[in-house]
Design a protein around this ligand. Structure first.
Ligand code: ASP
Length: 432
């Protein structure tokens, strides 16, 4: 009887808990269970548990295409002034590229200071294939969809963004004749945001399952030999988030960095466990507009674009890894090599897909740019999931930081909502 009422109490306090707290508890419990299963030789069970995580990720991915298209069209129609749209676009790109180059530099410095590859001595035998960066012209032409329906079917976010911007512009230019279409998109947007809330309410279960799987399949002892590189990437991501994003939020936007980090906990944890910034997009969108008070006219533009091209975590990881590979293979890098790595990693991160392991594929491009052996990719692959968790989180938090900065500079943010944590209590998606 006592037991029964105790579990009823636990259940009640669980359902009443705020969503971000539920997600945080799920993360810790998943980690503990995963380590336990690994230590007791039951790692195989984690494969079954992972199915719950896969289902959650599939459900959030399901939302990406309609969410990007509909919210961007609505964003465009709410910023009718073309000049203003251009200004927001330029600010966003400057922020995205500037912080990314800075992130690679942090990665290089940490790689040099911590020397993660110093104790590892390897000899190249040149088997891994290099991935080439597509020519710039091809990249630009590739953004224009020849068939927007197939862009949607393929989930090509850049092409969808391009079409949505033009579509929104055309609605504005058509004026009164397009009024019903504008109302239709506003209504559709409300429905899709509701859909996102429903899916995101399942985040704690997805996070728990994915965390159990990662901890269960890697175990603690497998991580120790490559511990220094893991430390360098995690430390770099932390420094970049606190110093660069925290600093910009405090100095440029004159807002509290604490409130900012508190407001992005949900997308941070979901991206940490899902390792997909594109997949986390619905959660990122909900958090910035609801917890941080950013108007969706800005968020609907900066966030889908950020999830596609802004990858500070990926760039930082590529910087650290390039230094690691050079150290492990005994290659000395020159000053010019370091500058090449900054440029190559910035470009590679733009081309990286916001999916699990996307950065690992582009790593070969960075290593090739300075003639480093591509076997490095194979070594990193073994622990890539662990590194992916940190870098994806930084990628997503960076998108949120840019969104807040651009929104503040355009007066498109509700400062009271940003400063008021009780607004976050309302963001529980009514799952209690
Ligand atoms: N998983 C990362 C992301 O989705 C990309 C990467 O692998 O670096 O942002």
């Amino acid at each position: 009887m006592v037991m029964q009422s105790k579990s009823a109490n636990i259940f009640l306090s669980w359902t009443r808990m705020l969503l971000w707290k539920q997600i945080a508890v799920a993360l810790v419990l998943g980690l503990a269970l995963g380590v336990l299963l690994n230590m007791t030789g039951n790692a195989a069970v984690t494969g079954t548990i992972k199915l719950v995580g896969d289902a959650f990720i599939a459900a959030i991915k399901m939302l990406v295409v309609p969410l990007v298209f509909v919210s961007l069209v609505c964003g465009m129609t709410s910023i009718a002034e073309i000049g203003r749209m251009g200004r927001i676009g330029i600010k966003t790109l400057v922020f995205y590229l500037g912080t990314t180059a800075f992130a690679v530099a942090i990665g290089l410095v940490l790689g040099i200071l911590l020397e993660p590859g110093a104790g590892v001595s390897l000899v190249a035998d040149g088997k891994v294939e290099a991935k080439q960066a597509p020519p710039f012209g091809e990249l630009i032409v590739g953004i224009i969809p020849t068939n927007p329906v197939s862009s949607a079917a393929d989930g090509n976010v850049l092409q969808i963004i391009f079409f949505a911007i033009l579509f929104g512009l055309a609605i504005n230019l058509a004026g009164a004749a397009a009024k019903p279409i504008r109302a239709f998109f506003d209504a559709l947007n409300a429905v899709i945001m509701k859909l996102a809330e429903i899916v995101v309410a399942f985040a704690p279960y997805g996070v728990f399952a994915l965390m159990t799987w990662v901890a269960g399949s890697y175990g603690v002892e497998m991580l120790l030999p490559l511990g220094l590189i893991i430390l360098a990437v995690y430390l770099g991501c932390l420094i970049h988030a606190v110093v660069v994003y925290g600093g910009l939020i405090a100095c440029m936007a004159r807002l509290s960095p604490f409130r900012f980090f508190q407001g992005v906990i949900e997308p941070a944890i979901v991206s940490f466990t899902s390792t997909s910034s594109a997949g986390t997009l619905p959660v990122t969108m909900a958090a910035t507009t609801r917890n941080l008070g950013v108007k969706s006219s800005v968020a609907s533009f900066t966030l889908p674009l950020g999830a596609t091209i802004n990858m500070d975590g990926t760039a930082l990881y590529q910087g650290v890894t390039a230094v690691f590979v050079a150290q492990a293979f005994g290659v000395t890098l020159s000053g010019a090599d370091y500058s090449t790595i900054v440029a190559a990693a910035t470009l590679a991160s733009i081309g990286t897909a916001g999916v699990p392991g996307g950065g690992l594929i582009m790593l070969s491009m960075v290593l090739t740019s300075v003639g480093l052996p591509l076997e490095g990719v194979a070594i990193i692959a073994g622990i890539d999931r662990i590194l992916d968790m940190a870098r994806t989180t930084l990628n997503v938090v960076g998108d949120c930081a840019c969104t807040v900065l651009v929104a503040t500079s355009e007066g498109e943010i509700d400062i009271d909502a940003f400063n008021n944590p009780s607004v976050m209590a309302a963001s529980k998606f009514e799952n209690g």
